[in-house]
Write a protein that binds this ligand. Structure first.
Ligand code: 2F8
Ligand code: CA
Length: 262
């Protein structure tokens, strides 16, 4: 039931204070209208607030979207940069590996070279010492057109011969009675350049000539123990009987002969 209808009913039933009642009812109506207006204003304000909130969120959304796009772009660019840098780094590693392998090879070669040089140095020191010792003990003699070198250290027949050949000479060949007597006077015990190693009993000088004049000791050559193929000059009382056959592997002093070129 609305307010104006209530006013009519009350007025008809009692008939008392109608103006006051009307006034009161108008007052109520105005109060209600104010309430409605207030509610409408509040609603409007709420709508405005909602709109503002929506706008703020929308702006924020746009900003975030832009930020996201920018970050995506950055990520892509970073990824590309990373790919390029990775490629550069891998190539750098490859170069370094090759360089390291090259250095390893060089080091290995140098080590081998150093070892070779060390071994050469060692041999040269040994050779020098041997030469020193040889020359310290060397006795030089001269007879006829030959020069002779008596070495006072001892070697096998082959080694002794090699020593002579290294110096452009060869082991001593006695080809005359005078030469034999000359060496008897030197009182030496040394290898001669005489051997029957090729064929037992066939004595040959180192120049390939067959032995013709001989100065063997009594009972020599006897090829004792079937192993004496090299001749040695020995000290003896008899100047024309001083040779003996000995095992070639024995160590003896030796005489080198250097014949003057005519
Ligand atoms: O060392 C081998 C040598 O031995 C003896 O001389 C010390 C032999 N002499 C005799 O048998 C007379 C050598 O013929 C032998 O070569
Ligand atoms: Ca003998």
């Amino acid at each position: 039931m609305t307010g104006s209808r209530m006013i009519v009913l009350r007025h008809g039933r009692s008939g008392a204070y109608p103006e006051a009642l009307v006034a009161r009812q108008e007052q109520v109506v105005r109060a209600r209208a104010r309430c409605f207006r207030l509610a409408a204003v509040c609603l409007g304000l709420l709508c405005v607030l909602l709109l503002i909130t929506n706008i703020v969120f929308y702006v924020k959304y746009i900003n975030l979207e832009e930020e996201k796009n920018s970050m995506s772009k950055n990520t892509f660019s970073l990824r590309e940069n990373f790919k390029v840098e990775r490629k550069t780094f891998l190539s750098y590693i490859t170069n370094l590996t090759e360089e390291r392998d090259g250095l390893n090879n060089s080091y290995q070669n140098l080590t081998e070279e150093v070892d070779q040089l060390k071994s050469i140095y060692k041999n040269m020191v040994k050779e020098r010492d041997e030469l020193k010792s040889s020359f310290q003990n060397l006795k030089c003699m001269s007879f006829g057109s030959s020069n002779y070198y008596l070495f006072n250290n001892k070697k096998s027949w082959s080694e002794a011969r090699q020593e002579c050949r290294n110096k452009g000479a060869d082991l001593l060949i006695i080809s005359s009675k005078e030469e034999q007597e000359f060496f008897k006077k030197q009182d030496v015990h040394a290898w001669l350049g005489l051997t029957d190693a090729e064929e037992e009993g066939e004595w040959k000088w180192v120049n390939g000539s067959l032995m013709t004049t001989t100065f063997w000791k009594g009972g020599e050559p006897n090829n004792a123990n079937q192993g004496e193929d090299c001749a040695v000059f020995t000290p003896s009382t008899d100047p024309l009987n001083t040779w003996n056959d000995m095992p070639c592997t024995e160590s003896e002093k030796w005489i080198c002969e250097l014949t003057a070129v005519p």
